[in-house]
Structure formats: structure tokens, C-alpha cells
Design a binder for this molecule. Structure first.
Ligand SMILES: O=C(O)C(=O)C[C@]1(C(=O)O)C=C[C@@H](O)C=C1
Length: 363
């Protein structure tokens, strides 16, 4: 046999082995997916370093050459990694919020207003409801500016128990009365599962606040309602934890969920929180839900509201939330970061110049 014939024969043999290896790898991958399903049912981590160690030790004990054991172990480690990824990918496909499961965007409908349709919404209003006069003044201002959804806190989750805790149910009624007068929809935070039902007639969008992102009983309760839910990212929540929190709401039957990035806790003190701006496109890639950005709580600085809002819309957010108060200096909460009416005008003007697609209908 000529050297060339010999080479050709060996290569054919190599092709056959490649074929067998591919078949073995595919079968191994399918087994890993099955194992992943069982692990999920058991609630255990898919990465199992003890099991991987056992398999690597087996390779060391069984290796007959010609490859070095360390080289073989490296190759097998890659296979374990790929298997774990397969297990993860399969998980993503099963999540209700996952874009792999539903490729098209979810549109959230609130009394004639749509969130997630490519025309970003501006949600504005005071941090807290303080009086009917205060919310009514804001509602009038917002309606004139073309805003359609008003925020306002009746139940306030405050860091200190000595800070203003909100007007509660009475505040909710004031908010609704002011919003009705000016044809606005209401979004407000509900803090406990027990308060959900009584709040329903007064709210159009239920907000689950950052501190309650993993209040699973609350998530399940709002998931049972037919009102849209705006879920804020927890103070120190990873994107994965945020996505799972949204999954709780959807798994309880409510698919009208809006995600809201509101800054996360980092070592940086120049801003109140660190606006994780890339969370917006990541959430839009991973889920089919609309994503908004709360520029007030993420920055905590009036001078950064407009640039942060521009960044949010530029990176693909479906809307921006901002706080407005008739007289921020005497506000009962968040005095340093709310806009007064003139500043709000400048904010809206600055944003619409660059983003004329903002869904505002000026009166
Ligand atoms: O045996 C398991 O528990 C698996 O999940 C499978 C597998 C593998 O590919 O062999 C995958 C990832 C784990 O870290 C360990 C092992």
C-alpha cells in the first residue's frame, strides 16, 4: 500500500471514530438533559463538583495513553461544562417568561394604553400621596404634559420606621380620585398579600416594590389578579433572581407583567443606587416582557434624571418612571430627587426632542 493509500485509509477510520464520538456525545448530552430535569424536581444545583471529581478520577485510573491524563481531564471538563449548559438551556425553554418559549413581545394593556409596543411610556407622579390637593395638582400637570399613567405611593416601604409610612388606604382613594378627574391610569405599590384585594378597585397597575421582589406570597397573590403588575428589581437581586420573581407572577396565571430596573446596590456612593443599564437589553433578550427604568430611585439625583432617561430609551426600554412633586422641598419623602413642575417640563422637553416616539398626548 502506498503511503497515500495508507493515509486515506487511516483518515477513513478517523472519520468513523469521529462519527461514533459524535453519537456518544449526543447521547451523553441527552442523558445530561434527563439528569437536569430530575435535579430540578429535587431542587438541587445542576453543577455537581463532587460528581465531576469522581468522573475525573475514573479517567485518571483508566487512562492507557497516548494522551496525558491532564489533557484528557481538560477535554472532559469541557464536556461537563457543555452538559451543564444544556441543562440550563432546557430550563430557560420551560420558563413562562422566557423569550425562547414566546418569541413575540408581550404587550401590556391598561385602559387604552399599551406598554411594550415600541412607543415608550412615561410614568410619573409623586413619591408618596400626601393629600388630595397634592396629587390632584400633579395629576393636572401630568395630563397637560400628555402623560397617561400616574404613580403615587399610598403604602410606603421606608427604611426607617420613623419615616413617613404613607396614608395607606385613604391615600389610595385620593390617588384614584385625582387620576379619574384627569383621565389618568393609576400605578401604586401594594406591600402585603392581604392588601391586594381591597386595593383592586383603585389601581390599574399593581407595583411590587424592590424590597418585596422575593415576597413570594405577594407575587402569587398579584399573579391571581387580572391587573397588570410592575415588578421592580430587588436591591441586590441578580437578573436571574429578577426573572424568577416574574415567573412566580406568570405561573400564578397573570401574564401582564412589566419589569422595572431601578438600580442595584454596589460600592458606588455617587448615586443612590447603580443603574444597571445593560439589564434592560438582557431582560429583553431573555424574556418577552416590557422593561421600564425608574430613573428616580436608580440615580437619586435630579441632575441625572434626564441623562439616565435618555440612556434607558436609547438602550431599548419600553418606558421611564420619574417622580414629580408640586414642591419637592417640603415633600414627606424623597425630597432631594423629585422634580418640580418646571423641572418636569424641561425633563419632558429634553426627552421628546431625542425620542419623539414617546407616547405623550399633549392637551
Ligand atoms: O451527573 C450529574 O449530576 C449531571 O448533572 C451530569 C454532569 C455530566 O455532564 O456528567 C453535568 C454537570 C454536573 O456538574 C455533573 C455531571
Amino acid at each position: 500500500m502506498s503511503p497515500q493509500d495508507q493515509l486515506n485509509r487511516l483518515r477513513r477510520e478517523m472519520d468513523e471514530l469521529n462519527h461514533e464520538m459524535l453519537d456518544l456525545l449526543s447521547r451523553r448530552g441527552a442523558l445530561a438533559v434527563e439528569i437536569g430535569k430530575i435535579k430540578r424536581l429535587q431542587g438541587v444545583e445542576r453543577y455537581d463538583p463532587v460528581r465531576e471529581r469522581e468522573m475525573l478520577d475514573f479517567i485518571a485510573a483508566s487512562n492507557q495513553g497516548p494522551f496525558e491524563t491532564s489533557r484528557l481531564q481538560h477535554i472532559f471538563k469541557e464536556v461537563f461544562k457543555a452538559s451543564a449548559e444544556l441543562q440550563g438551556e432546557d430550563r430557560d425553554k420551560t420558563l413562562l417568561v422566557s423569550r425562547k418559549r414566546q418569541p413575540e413581545d408581550t404587550l401590556v394593556h391598561v385602559k387604552g394604553v399599551t406598554i411594550g409596543n415600541g412607543r415608550p411610556q412615561l410614568i410619573a407622579g409623586p413619591c408618596a400621596v400626601e393629600s388630595f390637593e397634592q396629587v390632584n395638582a400633579v395629576a393636572e400637570k401630568l395630563a397637560l404634559s400628555g402623560v397617561k399613567v400616574m404613580r403615587g405611593g399610598a403604602y410606603k416601604p421606608r427604611t426607617s420606621p420613623y419615616d413617613f409610612q404613607g396614608l395607606g388606604f385613604e391615600g389610595l382613594k385620593m390617588l384614584k380620585a385625582a387620576a379619574d378627574r384627569h383621565d389618568l391610569r393609576v400605578i401604586t405599590e401594594i406591600m402585603t398579600p392581604g392588601a391586594v384585594e381591597s386595593a383592586l378597585p383603585y389601581v390599574d397597575i399593581i407595583q411590587v416594590g424592590a424590597r418585596n421582589m422575593q415576597n413570594f406570597d405577594l407575587l402569587k397573590e398579584v399573579g391571581k389578579t387580572d391587573k397588570p403588575v410592575l415588578l421592580k428589581r430587588g436591591l441586590s437581586a441578580t437578573i436571574e433572581e429578577f426573572i424568577y420573581a416574574a415567573e412566580y407572577i406568570m405561573a400564578s396565571g397573570n401574564s401582564q407583567v412589566i419589569l422595572c430596573e431601578r438600580g442595584i446596590r454596589t460600592y458606588e456612593r455617587a448615586t443612590r443606587n447603580t443603574l444597571d443599564i445593560t439589564a434592560v437589553p438582557i431582560l429583553k433578550q431573555e424574556t418577552h416582557l416590557p422593561v421600564m427604568v425608574d430613573v428616580t430611585h436608580s440615580t437619586g439625583r435630579r441632575d441625572l434624571l434626564l441623562p439616565a432617561a435618555k440612556a434607558a430609551l436609547a438602550i431599548g426600554a419600553d418606558g421611564v418612571m420619574v417622580e414629580v412633586h408640586p414642591n419637592p422641598a417640603i415633600a414627606l419623602s424623597d425630597a432631594q430627587q423629585q422634580l418640580d413642575f418646571d423641572q418636569f417640563d424641561q425633563f419632558v422637553e429634553g426627552l421628546t426632542v431625542q425620542f419623539p416616539q414617546l407616547d405623550l398626548v399633549k392637551k
